[in-house]
Design a protein around this ligand. Sequence first.
Ligand code: AR6
Length: 179
Amino acid sequence: MNKKILIQKGDITKFDGDAIVNAANRSLLGGGGVDGAIHRAAGTLLLEECKTLNGCKTGEAKITKGYDLEAKYVIHTVGPIYSGKDTDKIFLESCYKNSLNLARENDIHTIAFPAISTGVYGYPKEEAVPIAFDMVIKWLEENKDYNMEVTFMCFNDEIYRLFMTMNLGGRSGRRGQGK
Ligand code: AR6
């Protein structure tokens, strides 16, 4: 099993690491779901900093401080609203890739992701989880020279079960090789 990937159940706002990722919307001015929870836990200064960022395009990522959170930074990314088109996957992959690139640029070594787009944005969980997992594996392989630990913070049992299946080698078998 790859020790650089952790799968945990819980609330991402409690993550005690360098950064958490927010599944935001293009305005970056807050919302429901994990976005609302992060803004409530971080305090109003987070919104003030977000107002200076001029929003964020789908698939891209922007960084702020974490304020009252344990995490030092919040990386805000905007997942696709599920449409059933091929572009959904490309945008979802970009969220993970661009968040990790931005993390590396900011010397972040521990980061937690929620399951981007699987709530309000309607991405089917059984499709979104393998996309997330495979993209993170790919990024870690391409950035072997950099020490990064990625936590998938699962807020519900189904997401947790899907990530655990991936990590045990479920779909591709790559995790089942004694690593
Ligand atoms: N910790 C970890 N994961 C969580 C938490 C939490 N505290 N709360 C929810 N989740 P969603 P989206 C999970 O809807 O689908 C907002 O209004 C949740 O179970 O938060 O990308 C934004 O402003 C689900 O698996 O984000 C946007 O408008 C996952 O986080 C829109 O929702 C994502 O669900 C973005 O929609």
